[in-house]
Structures are given as structure tokens and as C-alpha cells.
Design a protein around this ligand. Sequence first.
Ligand code: NDP
Ligand code: MG
Length: 380
Amino acid sequence: MKKILLLGSTGSIGINTLNVVRAFPDKFQITGLTANENIEELEKQIKEFSPSLAAVRDQQKANELQNKLNKTRIISGEEGLLEIIKEGNYDILVSAIVGFAGLKPIIEAIKLNKRIALANKETLVVAGKLITELSLKHKSQIIPIDSEHSAIFQCLVGEEKASINKLILTASGGPFLDRNNNELEKVTIDEALNHPNWKMGNKITIDSATMMNKGLEVIEAYWLFGLPKEKIEVIVHPQSVIHSMIEFIDGSIKAQLSTPDMKLPILYALSYPDRYNYNPVVTDLKKIQTLTFFEPDFDKFTCLKLAYSVIDSGDLAPCILNAANEVAVELFLNGKIRFLDIPNLIEEALNKHSMSGMADLESIVGCDLTIRNFLTRKFT
Ligand code: NDP
Ligand code: MG
């Protein structure tokens, strides 16, 4: 029985993780759950999975919940996530929080030698070096949940790193693949939130529309698989059936395919190195029939270009990119800026801040805060 602590259980990945866990009551046990605000959903989850611990950020909401439930201890406050990491009884941490908030809990879990099933890609973007070094030192394994990285991880089984010629990350291209720059000027929030293939949280859905999501994934792949950025290629594949590929030095290409459904990479991260018998996700290639591929348009999707550029622009550059993107996406979702302002604000943040410096936790936290303050001030 593997014990699981699930951070961000009320989100899209969190709920899908619980769908997977529900299918294997004799293999997985939930021992901890966390949410930010969605107390109603968390309450339902606690009643069903009976974890010994849960964490809620808001103190008052935590108290209300504690009064209703007496078998689960509810931790609250800013430090609640760190407390549950330290006090929880678990083998695997599923990190399904969105954004920078996931960083400190992951670092603490790595120090405790836990297996990390990682959905929260922003943490590897901002602190890739630190996380990689710590996970080596503490022998904590990071298994990706992101479908592209899971695909590559699966294709790597039985292979040597030296045999890789390049990684090929597939991208759906999002809802605006066929729009030109003039049309992009006018897109609405609802159009940007309408992803053709995946149902996900709002932040990653906007990242998919700007293609920043693919940019973040290039950086994520850089750290997970330790290859130079020239060996990480992005290819647009609108059907999202091939989740990514590896081209080997002998010219062979391995790919991993399925109907787009996050339950599969989540299950693999939990069951690895085994595979479990599971049938809710069916892939009928006869119905899919056509798979297409083409070059991404780097001039239209500036975010993708910016993400490639920060990989070797200084240790803090990815942190600036990520913080600026998180703020810009929030501003867009609140109707304060237009879609094409997102890449412009990120570029401005990168141009106006020093990208060099130590990438230790304190500097990363400081850099993140500086960029948030810089951009938030512009709009208040
Ligand atoms: P959601 O927005 O659906 O869920 C986010 C979760 O994190 C919720 O449980 C939310 O709680 C919690 N949360 C948000 N902010 C905080 C905070 N400051 N402190 C603590 N908890 C917080 O996001 P997704 O599930 O879509 O994505 C989660 C991560 O997984 C992201 O990093 C994303 O890039 C990555 N990912 C997602 C995929 C997907 O298919 N959705 C695919 C691949 C990667 P509450 O509900 O209470 O607000
Ligand atoms: Mg992905």
C-alpha cells in the first residue's frame, strides 16, 4: 500500500489524482489533502478518503471545517503546507498546486527523501538547479506528471541518456493556433479559456493559449532530463495523441500515445516502475485516423521564444519569467490587460531586472517577490 499526500487536491490534477486512487483501494491510500479556498470540495474529499491530516490556508475556514470533522486534523495558515509535509505519513507527495506556492513544500519533501509525483512545473522552472541538486543529494525521485515529460520518462525506460539525439515535446498549439496577430489583439478571456483538447485549471489553460505552457515545459525538460536546450525541440501536434517523443542517435524515434487524459500520466507516476491494470481511458487509433505535425510559429507565440531564451540568460532569469507570467495571467483573467500584453509584460520584467545572482531559495523567493511587486504596482 503506497501512502499519498496530495497537495492541491481540489484542482484539476488533484481531482484526477483522486479518480485514479479511487480505482485502486488496495494499492493507494490518501493520508493528507490540501486546498487553498475550496472548502466545500475539500470537505467532500475528506469524508470519502479519511486522511489523518488536511491543510487549508484560511484560518477561519480551517476552524469551520475542524468543527465538522473530528477524525482528520486540520492545519491552517501560511505555514500549513510545510507542516503537513513534515508531519504527514506518506511515501509519495503529489504536488498539484499551481504556481510558485508549490516550491517550498516540494523542497521540504525532497529533504525527507520522499518520491515526488510532480505536476507543479513552475517549481522546476524557478528552481530547477536547486531542486535537481537536492533530489540527488537526498535520493528523492522526481516522477513527472506533466503528460509530455511522462511520455519522455516512459520512452527512456531501458535506454541510456547518451543514446538520445533530441527530445521532441509535442504541443497542441492551444485555441489560437490559426489566428493571426491582429486577431490575437482582440481575443476574449472566454476564448482563451476554451482549450481544444484538455480540461485544466485556468492558469495553465491561459499558458496553453500563449504557448508559455510549452515554454515552461522546455525548461522543465531541461532540468528533468539534463539535456542542452538545442536538444529539446517543440513540434505542434494539434490532436494531442502523441504526448512526446525521443529521437535516438541511430535515427529511431520512440513515442508514447493515448487519448488525452491526465489520469494516465498520474497513474504512471504513482505506480512506477510497475504498470497497473486500468481501463477507463481507451485509445482507438482507427477513430483518430490522422496525426499531423508542424513547426511552431515563434514570432506569433513570443512566450515560447522568451522561455527558450531564459535558459541561459542567468540563474534568476527563469524566475523572473515565471513570476511575470503568473502576474500577467492573473491580470488578463481579471480583465485588466489584453491577451498580447502578457508577453509584453514578461519581456519588460526581464529587461528591467538583473537576471544573474545565486539561485538559492532565499534569492529565488526575493526575486519572485520583486517581480510581483514591480508588475502589480503598474496596475494599482
Ligand atoms: P487548478 O487551478 O485546477 O488547481 C490548483 C490547486 O492548487 C487547487 O487545489 C488550489 O486550491 C490549490 N492552490 C492554488 N493556489 C494555492 C496557494 N497559493 N497555496 C496552496 N494551494 C493553492 O490547477 P491545475 O490542477 O490545472 O494545475 C496544477 C499544476 O499542475 C500546475 O502547475 C499546472 O501547470 C500543472 N499541470 C496541470 C495539468 C492539467 O491537466 N490540469 C497538466 C499538466 C500540468 P483551491 O481549489 O482551494 O483554490
Ligand atoms: Mg503538459
